[in-house]
Write a protein that binds this ligand. Sequence first.
Ligand code: AMP
Length: 204
Amino acid sequence: MTRPLDIVLLGPPGAGKGTQARLLVERRGMVQLSTGDMLRAARASGSALGQRVAAVMDAGQLVTDEIVIALIDEALDGPAGQRGAIFDGFPRTLAQAEALESLLLRKGRALAAAIELKVDDEALLRRIAGRAEQARAAGETVRPDDTPEVFERRLREYYKNTAPLLGYYYAKGLLRSVDGMAPVAQVAAAIEAVLAESEGRAGL
Ligand code: AMP
């Protein structure tokens, strides 16, 4: 049996991590572990955790490391354990990256790669503003943290807390960068090439 690959997708909000994670789920049967989705589900369920994180999320700030690490710890005992995990929106701080490493180690696993989706921030801001405007025009509700104002705050959070992870993974020889501005299928192909390389290296 082949060993499942565990990978991290890195990049600012709106870079397309969720889209690429979903494609990997379809293509390879891997499991997407998005802390953003988990937190939104907690909010939708009205749980105590959901209520605790609501205001922080709507403001575009980061919830505590402790909360998201606990969510990932629990999720790793599910199907992600057998099929390989795509960490999407996690880790977002160095403390989370270190916690992830020890969680995986404890389960006899290790990251195969951290894949950065490189994007142009100005283009992202235009994309988000357009998306919010379109949704409003169609009478749909806009995600409270997807307005241009909050989006800018999320972008700043990314540069302050998450961008240092690029150096962290580079130093470990795990960082691979792909052009996130390319069409979706092209980005997916570039990610596939990284995974094939990781499998080759691991002799899978
Ligand atoms: P996302 O959908 O990944 O952009 O996440 C939406 C929001 O959930 C973020 O703006 C944060 O408030 C929170 N969040 C998601 N993942 C994390 C994380 N790994 N660490 C801290 N906060 C997170």
